[in-house]
Unconditional design. Structure first.
Length: 293
């Protein structure tokens, strides 16, 4: 099983002169429709609190913010899109899009975090998708055997901080999405990359519907459109039980850069939000753009 993590170090983070911190989070995967599993969260990568990356004067650093996977009716969900930070003199940083949730009898998709498996179809177990090592966790499994009652619920999608919850044999509940990870690069602790909840057949709003993971994950549903992942948090979308209903879309990703205010040039594209926190300047990209040092 792959484990998501946050790079940790001494002190409170923040870049030294001519250096930069980053948080790169990809788009979340969509849940599935018809006994649907939850979508996996997008991949989560950061150096905040660890070793900053060098900046070079005049170099343009390009940011791509990944979209969340689209919701769907009567099918597997869609995978989220990658988020990328690149520029001359640094290694390209790519966070993988979240894996899709599986429909009835289907496995979850691989991704930054893996999507949850779909609910019961026959006696064979179905596995959740695999998370990318260092970026996220696996989706939950659905376990069934010929000698027990079927498990109709879909499993939860994986999150950056924990795997999605599986569905044991004979249990109609949907699995909860895996929790995301908290990061304070903006100056405020915020959770990102929670997995989507799986669907169940226990009644709309009942406890059996899978809960989205903290960090923007959407909840599962039975006979209404499932909850989508929260925009710019990379949450996975919730799965839905009925094939006539639409699964939750994955939440879009985000890229956040932080550097000393003394070196911030003010040269950006893509209309990011720029704030200050102490002696640092924070550039938050919710759509693709660039920063020139």
């Amino acid at each position: 099983m792959a484990f998501g993590y946050q790079i940790l170090g001494f002190g409170s983070g923040g870049a030294a002169p001519f250096e930069m911190d980053y948080l790169v989070v990809a788009g979340g995967g969509a849940g599935a429709s018809r006994h649907g599993g939850g979508g996996g969260a997008g991949g989560f990568l950061t150096n905040y609190g660890g070793t900053p990356i060098p900046l070079s004067s005049g170099v343009t650093y390009t940011v791509t913010v990944g979209a969340g996977g689209a919701g769907i009716s009567n099918g597997n969900g869609n995978t989220g899109s990658d988020s990328v930070l690149s520029g001359t003199g640094i290694a390209t940083i790519t966070a993988d899009g979240g894996g899709f949730g599986g429909r009835i009898g289907a496995v979850g998709g691989d991704g930054g975090s893996g999507g949850g498996a779909g609910g019961f179809q026959d006696s064979a177990p179905r596995n959740g998708g695999a998370g990318t090592a260092g970026q996220g966790n696996d989706g939950g499994d659905v376990v069934t055997t010929a000698s027990t009652a079927p498990g109709y619920g879909g499993a939860g999608g994986g999150g950056a901080g924990a795997a999605g919850e599986g569905v044991p044999s004979g249990n109609g509940d949907g699995g909860d999405g895996g929790v995301g990870l908290e990061n304070s690069i903006t100056g405020t602790g915020t959770f990102y990359a929670g997995g989507g909840g799986g669907s169940s057949d226990n009644g709309e709003g009942a406890p059996g519907q899978g809960v989205g993971g903290n960090g923007g994950g959407g909840a599962g549903a039975e006979n209404t459109t499932a909850t989508s992942g929260t925009a710019n948090t990379s949450g996975g979308g919730g799965g839905v039980y009925q094939s006539s209903q639409t699964s939750g879309a994955g939440g879009s990703g985000v890229v956040i850069l932080r550097m000393p205010t003394s070196i911030y040039t003010g040269t950006t594209t893509g209309s990011p939000t720029v704030t200050t926190d102490g002696t640092g300047t924070v550039i938050k990209f919710t759509a693709s753009g660039s920063y020139t040092a």
